[in-house]
Ligand binder design. Structure first.
Ligand code: ADE
Ligand code: ZN
Length: 352
């Protein structure tokens, strides 16, 4: 397809080969239906429903109920370590070179949060040594948890957490739980003091008021989702001015019923309004998506060419919680890839 600037919309293979960065992906949602079946059999737990339809949902509440069910099968630190390893391998296969991966200790009811986070970090470490994606961890508080629990997590992360932990997240269903950001103000302030990046799910199950609330009380560096900022021009202006990045996840928002399809998703209008936006998968296995697939869909819908994919990836690098040297090396990796693309294009022109 020809794009609006006369370029060619990149095909899925070109996107897959592009060295991508992802900032909004949940490790628990990288568990395949086959692995869930295997774990259910191992622990003698009947399947909630047939594996073929396990990942069919109509709403966020429905999705989170099923999420909780399969997470109950994640019962040992060995399973956690292997899931982290498999996640990094899966992301690599999709051409992702760096990812900040959310994990929700509340969902792992059989394991204490400290050994859980250590096991996930160990799995990511082993995977990186084997040449897979460089995955960092962003433990995520569930909005129904207490600030005392969350403060305990942050203090432990600051004193003895693995170095792969780079940030703090917050997720859950704001529609059901109400305005919960204020109760975590001190936790987020402490996380910032300890050098962690701050992100939170908002503007998905809440409207723009949820995003304002999270910005005011948690002083976020990034927002996961945040798409309902499209309903508030003053908020869009604020996000642009303050360079607060929205980690959007188009297909996930369609699956949970927020928008009828990608063509009605606000990713394009948000970018046009000057809001920094990155493209993400959110729940790869659990929503049957890949980051390359998301980029392909957005490229089709918005007439993007590879330069737009590059720009979104560079925005993700700039919003990443890793140190400056790592960010610079990711930018260099993209420079080299784009030079290779140019070299190929010149060679092809010469052959014609
Ligand atoms: N946990 C995993 N995916 C989520 C989402 N899309 N919204 C809220 N919590 C989540
Ligand atoms: Zn999410």
């Amino acid at each position: 397809m020809t794009t609006s600037d006369g370029g060619i919309a990149p095909g899925i293979d070109v996107i897959r080969a592009f060295p991508k960065v992802e900032l909004h992906v949940h490790v628990e949602a990288c568990l395949s239906a086959e692995r869930i079946e295997e774990l259910a059999a191992r622990f003698g737990v009947p399947m909630l429903r047939a594996a073929e339809s396990l990942f069919d949902y109509a709403t966020l509440a429905d999705f989170l109920t099923v999420y909780e069910w399969w997470c109950d099968l994640l019962r040992t630190t060995e399973i956690a370590e292997q899931l982290a390893y498999d996640t990094a391998a899966q992301l690599s296969e999709d051409g992702i070179v760096y990812a900040e991966v959310l994990c929700g200790p509340r969902y792992w009811t059989h394991i204490q949060r400290e050994p859980l986070i250590e096991a996930l970090a160990a799995g990511f470490e082993r995977a990186h040594r084997d040449g897979h994606a460089d995955c960092r961890l962003t433990p995520s508080i569930s909005r129904e948890q207490s600030p005392e629990w969350a403060m305990g997590l942050v203090e432990w992360l600051g004193t003895s957490g693995p170095s792969r932990v780079v940030g703090l997240g917050l997720d859950g269903n704001e529609e059901l739980l109400g305005r919960t950001s204020p109760k975590f103000t001190e936790v987020y302030a402490r996380a910032a003091d300890l050098g962690f990046g701050r992100t939170a799910h908002a503007g998905e199950s809440s409207g723009p008021e949820g995003v304002w609330d999270a910005l005011e009380h948690l002083h976020l560096d990034r927002v996961d989702h945040g798409v309902r900022s499209i309903e508030d021009p003053a908020l869009q202006e604020h996000l642009g001015e303050q360079e607060i990045t929205l980690n959007v996840t188009p297909t996930s928002n369609v699956i949970t019923g927020m928008y009828p399809d990608i063509d009605h998703h606000p990713v394009g209008p948000l970018i046009e309004a000057g809001v920094p936006v990155t493209i993400n998968s959110d729940d790869p296995k659990a929503m049957k998506v890949t980051l390359s697939g998301e980029f392909a869909e957005v490229s089709r819908s918005l007439d993007w060419n590879l330069t737009d994919v590059e720009a979104a990836t560079r925005r993700a690098i700039d919003a990443a919680f890793c140190d400056r040297d790592r960010a610079a090396s990711l930018h260099r990796r993209i420079d080299a890839h784009m030079q290779g693309q140019q070299g190929r294009a010149t060679q092809e022109d010469g052959n014609q």
